[in-house]
Design a protein around this ligand. Structure first.
Ligand code: ADP
Ligand code: MG
Length: 693
């Protein structure tokens, strides 16, 4: 149950005085549906209304507060033009400009002959000063009330700044005093205000410095959010550790058979990762390990060998992939190798229905299916393993926290290995997994050749098509990735179809297209034709992002590369350069490219090191954008700017650990305060792991 103390913050924004249904909707759009969301909606700027120069000295483009006499009204001669109110300060004139304004309202606000104090942005148009829609117009007696420093907030269309500001003021009036959850020494050492004071100060910047993420108020709030995140993760983890694990220590016979059959030797990094995994699996506690490795670093093989360890012990193993294509790909890689060692591998995806599905589900239940590969269909109701010992989850960042947890809920005590090709920076990793154990495959299998990456403006599309034609003539296989259109799969698909049809006019039936709207068998047919014969140029949406494996594809064109996250570009590019032939990646951008956009693409051109790319991206873009949070499964933060606050991550982690060591059930005074914190940041689920909660 949420503490009563927080009730005022978790009311709908409409409960704030002066906020009606219309503005409630817009506030929800700008900040969120609840009062607390307004508190988290921090100013992006400061408006200093104190400068009060004469008109002649008011700087162009800056906010000023002017004392003016109203000279005359000039209604627009036509409907579309603006209404002007001409004012003067004795020496000069300025036009107050209003669009769509009612004349009688303006006559009341600005009566001719009266003096008014007016605040807004001064601009000059053909030498004449003007101010469009002044934000404040008051009689002289009230001037002091507007000659102040005001915060300005990111808003949304149709929501006036003044309304947003008032709503936030209303939210601040509801601010409760909360008990201190941070350690007193930390607060003292950093010179941080208490929570209540920090929220107030964050909303009352008096200079640009106060907007700095490192300012005491903002840093404190970021720390609070990180602490809640780390506490929640630590609670989940503590519960997992309480469950006894089982020791899986195979005799190596299946693993040896498979390794001996490989046409290559394991890399040093693969052997190291396997040693760490073996150690975890042999231990009596549950394994929760992340296997992080760049595209093509050989994670699948590591997963297979770990799974064989479970099978050697008589247990089953499962591998869950985020997409159908990827599941089939894994099956195609793993099945022949496992069969060679006499191990039966099954596949189960959402596409399997009726009798086929029933048969597979039956073999999983009775245990003859030793290794099972599939999509999330694997973890639906009705699928019961006889004895699941190891679950491998590939491309974990695609799954939400919820799915991550539902694995553990399969009844058995399952060791879990999470594989990701996304080089998540350590700081972010910590927010998603807390103290997860990590193995990294930093070394690529030998013989890989670097990819030649080029940055080309989209208006040279014609040249690009000709370059592709030359490559196709030389026998190359080419990916053509279509731009991501605003959160809409339908539009993505339309863009891909259209590009495919223009390319077909040039290259004929060698062009195939694959996207998320294709049915499973259609998709397979296209992928097969690209892998084997028939299709040489594959137009695709980002469905090819993960796992697709066509080793002899050597060219990739990415349209509107500037619209992709760097991690995503890196993933996409990883589809080529897998064999021993030279590969080329053409990043096409729509001009004009922003400074950051240019820098980001340059990073892609200059390195193939996924970890470096991720760190650079974090630096360049900051915030939660980096991994395309929408699908990343990483928590989204309100107060935390991962690039600016990275230093606070380990602090929060250590504090969370310390607090839980001293007070595992969060029962003492600081523990109780920490519970409030968890509710404040809506990490309620974690509170349920506590006794008596
Ligand atoms: P990831 O899943 O990390 O993207 P994969 O496991 O798909 O990488 O491996 C990519 C390719 O490299 C596969 O064709 C695989 O057979 C090959 N491979 C894996 N390990 C090695 C190795 N040690 N030496 C050479 N090639 C390897
Ligand atoms: Mg893989």
């Amino acid at each position: 149950m949420r503490p009563e103390l927080l009730f005022p913050l978790f009311a709908e924004v409409e409960r704030i005085k002066g906020v009606g249904p219309r503005y409630a909707k817009l506030l929800e759009k700008a900040a969120g549906p609840q009062v607390v969301d307004l508190l988290w909606h921090l100013p992006a700027g400061v408006i200093d209304r104190r400068p009060s120069p004469p008109i002649a000295e008011a700087p162009d483009g800056r906010v000023a507060t002017l004392t003016l006499t109203v000279l005359r009204h000039q209604p627009s001669p036509n409907r579309r033009g603006p209404y002007r109110v001409v004012c003067g300060d004795g020496d000069d004139e300025i036009d107050l400009v209003y669009f769509h304004a009612k004349g009688d309202w303006l006559e009341k606000l600005l009566p001719v002959g009266d003096v008014r104090v007016v605040s807004g942005r001064v601009e000059r148009f053909q030498g004449r000063a003007q101010m469009a829609h002044p934000e404040h117009v008051v009689p002289e007696a009230e001037a002091a009330a507007i000659r102040i420093v005001e915060p300005s907030y990111p808003s949304t269309e149709g929501l006036p700044m003044r309304t947003l500001r008032r709503a936030i003021e209303g939210a601040l009036e509801r601010l409760p005093d909360l008990p201190e959850w941070a350690s007193p020494s930390l607060v003292a050492q950093r010179g941080w205000p208490g929570w209540n004071e920090a929220v107030r100060r964050a909303h009352a910047p008096s200079q640009a410095d106060d907007l700095d993420p490192a300012s005491p108020a903002r840093a404190r709030l970021a720390y609070d959010e990180l602490l809640s995140n780390q506490l929640a993760l630590a609670l989940v983890r503590a519960r997992m550790k309480r469950q006894k694990g089982r020791s899986l220590r195979g005799d190596g016979r299946l693993r040896d058979t498979v390794i001996a059959a490989l046409p290559f030797a394991l890399t040093g990094a693969q052997r190291e990762a396997l040693a760490e995994i073996d150690g975890d699996m042999a231990a009596g506690t549950r394994m929760l390990r992340l296997l992080q490795g760049d595209v093509g670093s050989g994670k699948t093989l590591v997963a297979l060998i770990a799974m064989l360890n479970a099978v050697e012990c008589g247990a089953q193993a499962a591998l869950m992939a985020p997409t159908e294509i990827l599941a089939r790909q894994h099956f195609a890689t793993i099945e022949p190798l496992a069969r060679h060692a006499g191990v039966r591998v099954e596949i189960l995806t959402g596409r399997d229905k009726g009798k086929t599905r029933a048969a597979v589900v039956g073999r999983i239940a009775e245990g003859s299916a030793r290794i099972v590969i599939g999509t999330h269909a694997l973890f639906q109701d009705g699928v019961e393993f006889r004895d699941l010992g190891l679950a491998v989850i590939d491309e974990q960042h695609r799954f939400g926290v919820h799915q991550r947890m539902s694995l553990g809920g399969k009844g058995q005590v399952v060791d879990t290995l999470v594989m990701t090709a996304t080089p998540i920076p350590r700081t972010l990793l910590m927010t998603a997994y807390g103290d997860l154990d990590v193995s990294r495959l930093t070394e690529k299998p030998p013989g890989r050749r670097p990819i030649d990456t080029r940055i080309i403006p989209l208006d040279r599309l014609g040249d690009v098509v000709e370059a592709v034609a030359r490559k196709l003539d030389q026998g190359a296989k080419v990916y053509w990735v279509c731009p991501l259109v605003e959160e809409s799969e339908k539009l993505d698909v339309a863009a891909a179809e259209e590009r495919a049809s223009t390319l077909r006019r040039r290259f004929g039936e060698r062009v195939g297209v694959v996207h998320g709207r294709l049915k499973g068998p259609e998709k397979d047919a296209v992928m097969d034709a690209f892998k084997n014969a028939g299709i040489d140029l594959l137009v695709a949406t980002t469905v090819i992002e993960v796992g697709v494996d066509v080793p002899d594809a050597t060219v990739m064109v990415i349209e509107h590369a500037e619209r992709f996250g760097l991690a995503q570009l890196h993933q996409l590019r990883g589809r080529i350069g897998r064999g021993d032939k030279d590969s080329t990646c053409l990043l096409l951008y729509g001009a004009p490219l922003s400074e950051t956009g240019r820098a980001r693409l340059a990073v892609m051109r200059d390195t193939e090191d996924g970890f470096r790319i991720a760190e650079e991206d974090l630096k360049l873009r900051g915030a939660g954008e980096v991994l395309g949070t929408r699908q990343s499964g990483l928590p989204t933060f309100r107060m935390v700017d991962p690039s600016a606050h990275s230093e606070l991550f380990p602090v929060a982690r250590d504090d969370a650990r310390l607090l839980l060591n001293q007070d595992p059930e969060l029962e003492g005074p600081r523990g109780q305060a920490a519970r409030v914190l968890l509710y404040l940041f809506e990490r309620d689920a974690a509170v349920r792991y506590l006794r008596g909660a």
